[in-house]
Design a protein around this ligand. Structure first.
Ligand code: ARG
Length: 459
């Protein structure tokens, strides 16, 4: 028998059970973090006199050679091992002999996996952060370029007030900036307390120094309760939740891209490299990428719910249920990374149809609020002005007119306050450029938003 627990058992694990129990098909990706954790652990054991320096050296060299061989491809993962932790340890012993068996002193796979997953997710958060920053960078650039391009702003999917495309895009940049901040928070908390040395659940009788491993692995401190250390998966759930929110943002953006690419809107045309055709309808150019991003958001939500559900009934401390955390969070990470890295170039290469946007904004009485504000400027209280314009809009609809094409004499039927300058007040460019309030849609305000974010994010 060659299983790790051969002393207690008389039989090999049933083959199907072995497959069922095994996590190496998905946790192999933590090999680097597993080895880094072991290196820190073994140095601490030597520093504390628990291992001799020569033993520490042999183990460290062995671990480094395994890492190098895995990276170069000289060593491939044995997928019949139970998990990555067992694989590395077995390979170590194969390479350096019995001294390899000392690595697991004052440690358990329970604190080991809690550590490895933190280290792995921390690195992935760095990658995700980079990808989100790239997308924000693209948005800032486009927002600057289209700071004064007008399109209808909608509420209830009804044309509401004219806005600038730059303003619209900066709204997405604001969402993504919050995603960055949530990722940073998640990472800070994740790296706050190091579980290594919590051992199986109760700590250890060896004279370990958990502060040493915690700081070597760049944690703020060792976790203060070993039971919590091995059984906490809040950090996984937090990241899954952060990614679900991120995907929700990408999904909303995708939805707008899909709408804007429709023949009804035609505000946007995706580059051929980022759209697909139909197998039967030759005229079609489909926004498949945006649709897939929207669709994949379901996975991110599902993974979050799966993780919450896995954890909800788990008594202290480690239970094997927790092995289920990895596939869910890895899938959320893979999904978010894939979506982000395809979304940014799709956005950069998309062509904006400024004429179609302006045309859509030029109908639908989108400047009615400005007409009311005009009367307020002439001394009418806002509620009264609102009513005059409401009546006027109804009349325009009846007469087949817009606010721009209604004659001044017709205007005067509704209020003697209307003068020739009303046309200037309802001119879309003026409507937009006068909204200079902080955070407003005016081009100067958009450029201010762009600059503030550029400075804050150093982009
Ligand atoms: N593969 C396990 C996991 O991912 C590692 C911890 C196993 N611990 C144990 N006592 N079986 O959770």
């Amino acid at each position: 028998m060659n299983t790790m627990w051969a002393g207690r058992f008389q039989k090999e694990l049933d083959a199907e059970v072995n497959d069922f129990n095994s996590s190496i098909p998905f946790d192999w990706r933590m090999y680097k973090q597993d080895i880094m954790g072991s290196l820190a652990h073994v140095s601490m054991l030597a520093a504390q006199g628990i291992l001799q320096d020569c033993e520490c050296k042999a183990i460290s060299d062995g671990l480094c050679s395994i890492l190098a061989d895995l990276e170069s491809g000289a060593l491939s993962i044995d997928f019949t091992a139970e998990d990555i932790h067992m694989f590395v340890e077995a390979e170590l012993t194969r390479r350096i002999g019995d001294v390899g068996k000392k690595l697991h002193t004052a440690r358990s796979r329970n604190d080991q996996v809690a550590l490895d997953l933190r280290l792995y997710l921390k690195d992935e958060i760095d990658v995700l952060t980079g990808l989100i920053r790239e997308l924000i960078g693209a948005l800032l650039q486009k927002a600057e370029q289209y700071a004064s391009s007008i399109l209808p702003g909608y509420t209830h999917m009804q044309r509401a007030q004219p806005v600038t495309l730059g303003h619209h895009l900066m709204a997405y940049a604001a969402m993504l900036e919050r995603d960055l901040s949530r990722l940073a928070d998640t990472q800070t908390r994740m790296m706050g307390q190091c579980p290594l040395g919590a051992c199986a659940l109760a700590g250890t009788t060896y004279p370990t120094n958990r502060g040493l491993t915690a700081s070597a692995l760049e944690f703020d401190a060792p976790c203060e309760n070993s039971l919590d250390g091995v059984s906490d998966r809040d950090f996984v759930i937090e990241l899954a939740s952060t990614l679900a929110i991120l995907m929700m943002h990408l999904s909303r953006f995708s939805e707008e891209i899909i709408l804007w690419c429709s023949w009804e809107f035609r505000f946007l045309e995706l580059d051929d490299a980022y759209s697909t055709g139909s197998s039967i309808m030759p005229q079609k150019k489909n926004p498949d990428i945006a649709e897939l991003v929207r669709g994949k958001t379901g996975r991110a939500y599902g993974n979050l719910v799966a993780l919450l559900t896995v954890m909800k009934g788990i008594p202290l401390a480690y239970n094997k249920d927790m092995q289920e955390d990895k596939e869910a969070i890895f899938d959320s990470i893979d999904t978010a990374k894939q979506c982000l890295s395809i979304f940014t170039p799709m956005l950069i290469t998309a062509r904006v149809n400024e004429a179609a946007m302006k045309k859509a904004a030029s109908a639908g009485f989108i400047n009615a609020t400005d007409a009311a504000d005009y009367l307020v400027g002439k001394g009418l209280p806002f509620r009264s002005a609102y009513k005059v314009i409401g009546t006027l809009v109804a009349a325009c609809i009846q007469r087949g007119k817009t606010l721009e094409t209604l004659s001044l004499s017709a205007y005067k039927e509704f209020s003697p306050l209307f003068e020739e300058d009303v046309y200037e007040a309802i001119d879309l460019d003026n409507c937009v450029s006068l909204r200079t309030s902080f955070g407003g849609t005016a081009p100067v305000s958009v450029l201010r938003q762009v600059n503030l974010m550029r400075e804050r994010l150093e982009l």
